[in-house]
Write a protein that binds this ligand. Sequence first.
Ligand SMILES: [Zn+2]
Length: 361
Amino acid sequence: MKEISCNNQITRLIDGIEPGEFDGNFKDGLGLAEEYSGLEQYKVLDGGVLIALDGVWYHSSEKVRCEHCLHLTKNGKTTYYHSMTAAVMVRPGGEAVLPPAPEMIRNEGAEGNYEKHKQDCERKAAARLLEKHGKYYKPLRATVLGDDVYANHGTCKAVLGQGLSFIFTCKDESHPWIAEQVEWGIPETLKTTVWMGRNHLEYRYKWINGLENRADGEKLPVNYLAFEIYNREKGKITYKNSWIIDKTITQENVSLLTECGRARWKIENENNNVLKNYGYHLEHNFGHGENHASEVYCVLNLLAFLVHGLMILCDEDFIKARGYFGRRDEFYNALRTFFWAFEFQTWEDLLLSVIAHARGG
Ligand SMILES: [Zn+2]
């Protein structure tokens, strides 16, 4: 390819492609990571990985819209937007995250009648995602992480139906049936204290096994875990959260389960935030099209993010080149400068030139 097509031409070309067409690329990417032992460091809970799910907006406009846009009307103003249920492999204490295929949250068959159309939502998209990709998560012995939106009976059941586990944030106010059982139950507790240089932090764990999550008369056994950090010197609680979990909670695993549950925020910090604010421009309008272009630009962006994650895990030249730069953006700026200035036959040639330059040669 000698010339890069203009933006309008690319939008026109990709508008007819279903975003699901790229699912195989995500699967291949994770397969590659597994092949090169890149996933070993992610196998943190009973030999399995953690996959966090989260709803992510990536486009909103009052004018631009397509057949698959969602809409929100507030104070007489309608906003058209796109979002997805994103999936990200995370681990406690680690920065690098890997995204498996997302599932678009989108309307179908609105045919211009946008306002009256029944809308798709994050939970329905999550159910489709588990149905499509659960079989690939299963050999990785995945535990699915999610916020309070996912702690309902249907999503828990869908996760278990795929042979997977879950740790979902569960707030008392949105799940009163579970909160009531917690109130009447007799919890087990554990308290540990750590010295953080200036403060004593008390890690307070409280859990009850054998509760029920229910809907429409159907009951599902779940276990409940509450955790808080009390700062003795400040005399106050500085962190508090609670989860429902399918795995039995014990004195031995309660601290690890808590760490894994807390790793959920990494999908917001290391994935959504990086994609939106650190060079991927996820929310930029690359072109909207009439059908799938907006979704496909988003998926291509995620694929780029996945490839960078894979290179950091598995590509020796990339790791070496990255090592010469302190900040992530400085490294990518160097790659961009070399890419524009010289012609390279292979990706390896580009990286070796960056390495040679960084060495001062
Ligand atoms: Zn749209």
